[in-house]
Design a protein around this ligand. Structure first.
Ligand code: NAD
Length: 238
């Protein structure tokens, strides 16, 4: 496949390696530090664009891809204010957009375990739930997109929780998410249920960025020939 990379930071560079290993061609790289542009023929020739940039840049990049009819796979977090607009462009204008707050296969298994645990806890009233996430110090958004997806998975399945809160909360119907920023940590997420007598903890720790990058390339292979708003649920078929 011909892949356009948008964003050539930590993730863009990992994705490039995995895409080349899997026999794909990188036709252009668009970043503030490279020469690639949305107006180039190389970009227009791409089968798919893989976008990992910054929260404030992502939405405009998606529109540029849509204008050129290039399907988008994006992992940038912190842009979800525009989610409904992107979904309606996919539906009404037959655009292709694949989004995951976390492309790691392991994290997506973890998302399913989290939902299932919340369903069980819905029948067991004495446990309260809280969350922690740890990431590298350059991460711009907090809590992480992955932590927000985990919180949403709990809220959908645990009737006593209606919202999440950054850091701490006094409200019984909110899930507190504590965010820590340390060193070069690629991503650690912990969900803890605590009662007066015990605690149950589920935990995912990424060893490197490779798992995210591989998932993004698998998603790029998956979108070929498809339209609409797609996610890891479509890819993994859980
Ligand atoms: N979904 C996932 O699985 C997953 C995994 C890791 C990181 N992320 C997210 O991906 C994003 C990128 O992460 P990273 O670690 O590669 O960050 P990074 O800071 O290393 O790289 C971001 C790159 O985007 C470039 N950039 C900024 N504005 C741009 C624009 N307008 N057009 C093109 N390029 C632009 C920067 O110059 C930089 O090279 C972040 O939002 C992060 O939270 C998601």
């Amino acid at each position: 496949m011909k892949i356009a990379l948008i964003g050539y930071g930590k993730m863009g560079k990992e994705i490039e390696k995995i895409a080349l290993d899997r026999g794909h061609e990188i036709v252009t790289i668009i970043d503030v530090s490279t020469d690639g542009s949305f107006d180039d023929e190389a970009f227009k020739s791409a089968d798919v664009a893989i976008e990992f940039t910054r929260p404030e840049a992502a939405y405009n990049n998606y529109l540029q891809c849509f204008n050129n009819n290039v399907p988008v796979v994006s992992g940038t977090t912190g842009w979800l204010d525009h989610l409904e607009d992107i979904k309606s462009r996919c539906e009404n204008d037959q655009k292709t957009f694949f989004y995951a707050s976390n492309f790691s296969i392991g994290v997506n298994v973890f998302f399913e375990i989290n939902r299932q645990l919340a369903r069980l806890m819905n029948k067991v009233g004495e446990y309260d739930v809280s969350m922690e996430e740890v990431h590298h110090t350059q991460k711009l958004d907090a809590p992480s997109g992955t932590a927000i997806t985990l919180a949403e998975g709990i809220i959908e399945n645990l009737e006593r929780k209606n919202n999440w809160a950054n850091e701490t909360t006094e409200k019984a119907d909110e899930i507190a998410i504590k965010a820590f920023r340390e060193g070069d940590v690629p991503g650690i997420h912990t969900v803890k249920y605590e009662s007066s007598v015990d605690e149950i903890v589920i935990h995912h720790s990424a060893k490197s960025r490779k798992g995210f990058a591989l998932g993004a390339v698998l998603a790029a292979e998956f979108v070929k020939g498809k339209t609409g708003f797609l996610s890891m649920k479509d890819l993994l078929n859980f």
